[in-house]
Each structure stands twice: as C-alpha cells, then as structure tokens.
Design a protein around this ligand. Structure first.
Ligand code: DQA
Length: 141
C-alpha cells in the first residue's frame, strides 16, 4: 500500500516540544522505525505549519494514495477548510493524535475533522501512528 502521513503545525518540533506531553523522540526517528516495521508498504511523509499547504497536499495525494494518516495538530480544532478537503478526496483519512485530546483542555475535545475521517486514533503517544497504519493495512505487513 501507499500511505501518506501528514503532520500539521508544530509537529516538526516533536522530541523538543512539550516533551511531557509529546515525548522525546523526533518524528524523523519514529518514521524510520515505522518504515522498518512495514517494509512492504510505501510510507511517505509531509509536514507543514500552514493550513493551505496541508490542504494542497491532501488534494495532491488524495486521488492516488491508498490512505492518509493525518495529525492536523491545532487545526483539528479550528479548520473547516481541512475538513472540507478530506471530504473532497477519495483516499480514506485516519485522524491521529499523540496525546489524549479528550483528557486535556476542553477546546481540544472538539474535532472539526473527525466526522470527515474514516476513524480516529488518539492518546497512544507516537504509537498512535502505528495503530492508524495497522488499521489501514490490516494484517498485511
Ligand atoms: C495534537 C493535539 C492537538 O490538540 C495539538 O494542538 C497538537 C498535537 C496531538 O497529536 O496530540 O499540536 O494533535
């Protein structure tokens, strides 16, 4: 399968940012681990701090990849435009959050994108991405 992981704002600082919440591992290191774990699958990666760039990437990949794993960061709680982009493409999108957004501030409980997504994985640390990938590839490692 061809899977695209899209990370939104501030997730370029994983490993350095609020390590008590998001851990000390950089996403690049975690991605190496994921790629080693799923050698038969193509896992591409895109990160941007800009809402429009995320939407452009969803449009670009959304008619060719098999699935998209999306951590929209804080845009999750604000972006009708990203929700509409998810609704506009063919590839199934899995919403991912590293932290348990339901156990934090009230505003993090609201996801504008959840309804447009195939499903959501929240609260398992970086392992949320692996669980999302498991969900889209099934047992076909
Ligand atoms: C996050 C949760 C969001 O509320 C926050 O704005 C992030 C990261 C997570 O992965 O836990 O940037 O999406």
């Amino acid at each position: 399968m061809n899977i695209l992981i899209v990370n939104g704002p501030n997730l370029n600082l994983l490993g350095k940012r609020q390590t008590d919440v998001y851990g000390t591992c950089s996403f690049e290191n975690y991605l190496d681990e994921l790629r080693r774990r799923y050698p038969r699958h193509q896992i591409d990666y895109f990160q941007s701090n800009c809402e429009g760039a995320i939407i452009d990437r969803l449009h670009q990949a959304g008619f060719s990849v098999d699935a998209i794993v999306l951590n929209a960061g804080a845009y999750t709680h604000t972006s009708i435009a990203i929700a509409d982009a998810i609704r506009s493409i063919e590839a199934p999108v899995v919403e991912v959050h590293i932290s348990n957004v339901h156990a934090r501030e009230d505003y993090r409980r609201v996801s504008y994108i959840a309804e447009a997504c195939r499903g959501s994985v929240v609260g398992f640390g970086l392992d949320s991405y692996r669980v999302a990938i498991e969900a889209v590839v099934g047992v076909n490692k």
